[in-house]
Write a protein that binds this ligand. Structure first.
Ligand code: KPL
Length: 301
């Protein structure tokens, strides 16, 4: 059905999935009170081939969607979902693709009857300009249930996403999977934003070297308090540095947000760790310090 995959958020990730789904399958959910219009862009795939993609406005398509993919920034997600859910039949699964942690749980708590899933992806995409979306790194996507009714809808979600030909799997331990990504983002993103350096420069920076071991220890304590399997602080640091080197020329999403004077996702990365620690009676001062410093940095730019 045309427009069966509704996508909330027409940033790099939304455009990446719309670019790979079969022609006409995706439709972008746009802001209310705007004139409905299709979104048109150049898409550059992993082989460097360019093609033009045109994605309909969801208001211009009829029929019940199969799934809603939510690809907004973490801090915009609750409001965006709340605005769109009244238009979405209750059985349609909602798949959350946000970085970090906290908004997935908040949405599952707020709409416990809805089929809410969380996705963790290692696909890399960026938009060098408004007209161009580049698939910069081949990755994999895992999807898991966040609410009881989501379990019955998982195979449908996987089938819809797999039509993109990108690798997608069902993940019974989605929280563990989200945590594995949170460790990487908590160890790379705030430091690259504060030090204004690309990912690959991080392991040699004094400030990073001073704080990374205590940071990993705090992440380890919180994972244990949550009853999750921690890889241990040393292994966390090794994973962070492996990814920093593998993405050496990347500007992390947080560094880019600061450079473009946009709000960062710090509250859903180190801020989530610090505040969740407080709820569980743990003091996690390095996560708190990084949260406060990145918040101050984005307030001044
Ligand atoms: O996910 C990322 C981000 O920038 O948000 C990493 C893995 C750090 C790559 O840049």
């Amino acid at each position: 059905m045309p427009g069966a995959v509704r996508i909330l958020g027409a940033g790099a990730m939304g455009r990446l999935w719309a670019g790979y789904l079969p022609a006409g399958a995706a439709a972008f959910v746009q802001r209310p009170h705007t004139v409905p219009h299709p979104i048109d862009y150049q898409f550059c795939d992993l082989n460097g081939h360019h093609r033009r993609v045109t994605v309909a406005d969801a208001r211009d398509v009829t029929g019940t969607p199969e799934v809603l993919l939510v690809m907004t920034k973490a801090q915009d997600t609750q409001a965006a979902v709340a605005a769109h859910l009244p238009d979405l039949p209750p059985e349609v699964p909602v798949v959350l693709f946000q970085n970090g942690m906290g908004c997935q749980q908040a949405i599952a708590r707020r709409w416990p009857e809805r089929p809410v899933c969380a996705a963790s992806t290692t696909e890399g995409a960026h938009r060098p300009d408004d007209q161009l979306t580049v698939h910069a790194g081949a990755g994999h996507t895992w999807v898991g249930a966040m609410t009881p009714t989501a379990h019955q809808q998982l195979s449908r979600v996987i089938r819809v996403l797999a039509a993109s030909t990108r690798p997608v799997d069902c993940e019974p331990q989605i929280l563990q999977r989200l945590w594995n990504k949170l460790i990487i983002n908590a160890g790379i993103n705030p430091f690259t934003a504060l030090l204004d350096c690309p990912n690959g420069a991080l392991p040699e920076q004094d400030y990073y070297r001073r704080h990374i071991d205590p940071l990993c220890l705090e992440l380890h304590w919180l994972m244990e308090a949550e009853g999750l399997a921690s890889p241990g602080p040393q292994q966390m640091r090794a994973q962070i540095e492996t990814i920093a080197r593998a993405t050496a020329n990347n500007s992390s999403s947080m560094r880019s947000d600061v450079a473009r004077k946009r709000p960062t996702e710090i509250d859903y990365i180190n801020g989530y760790v610090w505040r969740r620690g407080e709820e569980l009676g743990l003091s996690l001062p390095v996560n708190r310090m990084l949260t406060e410093q990145v918040t101050a940095l984005s307030a001044t730019c």
